[in-house]
Ligand binder design. Structure first.
Ligand code: GLU
Length: 304
C-alpha cells in the first residue's frame, strides 16, 4: 500500500484530484538547473532554464544549480565553466550551486557517490534490482526496438529472474537493472503538459541504474539528488517524460515522495530535428560570439 507522501500528484498512483498547478502553500518552492557538461548549451537548454527561473521567481522560491557531471567519458571541465558563463550571460542567477555552495553541497554529481551508493543499496535491499551480465552484443541481438527511436531498447529479460542481488557488496562490474512492473500504467499530471501515462514494460523496460563501468546511471542519481536537495519541482525538457515515469517507480521503491514535474516543449531546428549539443550554430556560445544580445537569445529561446 502506498504511504501518504506517495499519494501526492507525481506518484505513480496519484489520484489526480489535486490541482494541476504548483501549490506554493504545500512547501516553499525549490527548483533546479541541472545541465550536463557534455557540450555547449543550446537554445533548448536556454528555454528550459529560463522557464525554471521564471517558475522559481513566480512562486517566490529558490533556484539550485546542479552540475550533472556523472559520466566521466562524456563530461569535460571546459564545458562546466562554459555552462556557468553562458547561463549567467543570458541573465540566470541561482542561490546554491558548485560555485557558491549551499546547505546541500556538494552540487556536482561527480562528488556525490556516497549518496548514490546508499540509494543503490536501498533499492537492492528492497528487492527492486538485479545484476545483468548480458553483453552489448546479446542486447543488440535480442532487444525489441523501442517505439520511440530516441529511447533505449526494451531489455529482453534474460537476467530478470536472477536472485543473487544480495550477494553483491558493491555495484561495480555488472549492469544493475530496475525490475519494472510489467503492464502497470504510470500516470502523473505534468504541470505544463497535463496528464501523462506510460505503460511499464511497453513504453520502457527494465532500466539500468548502475553501469558495469561503475558509474551510477542518470535515473538513480537524479532521484537521489532531487530528494536530498529538497527539490519541489523539476523543470526539464519533454524528451525526459518517459524518464519521469521510470523515476516515479524509483521514488515508490524507495518510499519517497516525488517532486512535481514541468516538462518544457522541445526546441527543434528548421528541419524539425530536436536540438542536441551537436547543433553548434544554435548554441548560446555561438550566438553570443556572432553578436546576438542576451535579450535576443532569450526571446529566440522562448519563441521557437
Ligand atoms: N542533466 C540532464 C540533461 O542535461 C537533465 C536532467 C534533469 O533535468 O532531470 O539532459
Amino acid at each position: 500500500m502506498l504511504g501518504k507522501a506517495q499519494t501526492r500528484r507525481g506518484s505513480p498512483s496519484g489520484d489526480g484530484t489535486t490541482s494541476s498547478k504548483y501549490n506554493p502553500s504545500v512547501s516553499s518552492y525549490r527548483g533546479r538547473l541541472a545541465p550536463s557538461p557534455t557540450g555547449f548549451l543550446h537554445l533548448g537548454h536556454a528555454r528550459t532554464f529560463l522557464v525554471a527561473a521564471k517558475r522559481a521567481n513566480q512562486f517566490g522560491g529558490e533556484l539550485i544549480f546542479r552540475n550533472e557531471d556523472l559520466d566521466p567519458d562524456r563530461c569535460r571541465p571546459e564545458y562546466v565553466s562554459a555552462m556557468y558563463d553562458d547561463l549567467r550571460w543570458i541573465g540566470l542567477q541561482w542561490t546554491e550551486g558548485p560555485d557558491c555552495g549551499g546547505p546541500y553541497a556538494p552540487y556536482s554529481q561527480s562528488q556525490r557517490r556516497d549518496l548514490y551508493l546508499k540509494t543503490w543499496k536501498a533499492l537492492r535491499d528492497a528487492g527492486s534490482l538485479y545484476p545483468c551480465t548480458c553483453s552489448r552484443k546479446e542486447l543488440a541481438m535480442a532487444a525489441t526496438a523501442p517505439n520511440d527511436i530516441d529511447d533505449e531498447p526494451i531489455y529482453p529479460g534474460k537476467c530478470r529472474e536472477r536472485a543473487d542481488a544480495s550477494s553483491f557488496d558493491s555495484p561495480a562490474s555488472v549492469n544493475w537493472r530496475f525490475r519494472v512492473p510489467d503492464g502497470e500504467k504510470i500516470s502523473f499530471d505534468d504541470q505544463h503538459l497535463g496528464p501523462q501515462t506510460f505503460v511499464a514494460g511497453h513504453d520502457f523496460g527494465d532500466f539500468v541504474v548502475w553501469r558495469r563501468d561503475d558509474v551510477p546511471a542518470y535515473q538513480l542519481a537524479v532521484v537521489a539528488d532531487d530528494h536530498a536537495m529538497k527539490i519541489t519541482e523539476a523543470v526539464r525538457g519533454a524528451d525526459l517524460l518517459k524518464s519521469t515515469a521510470r523515476q516515479l517507480l524509483l521514488y515508490r521503491a524507495l518510499g519517497l515522495a516525488a517532486p512535481e514535474f514541468y516538462h518544457c516543449d522541445l526546441v527543434r531546428d528548421e528541419a524539425g530535428v530536436r536540438l542536441a549539443k551537436r547543433h553548434d550554430a544554435l548554441s548560446i556560445r555561438y550566438l553570443r560570439q556572432s553578436g546576438c544580445t542576451a535579450e535576443q537569445v532569450r526571446e529566440r529561446a522562448l519563441q521557437l
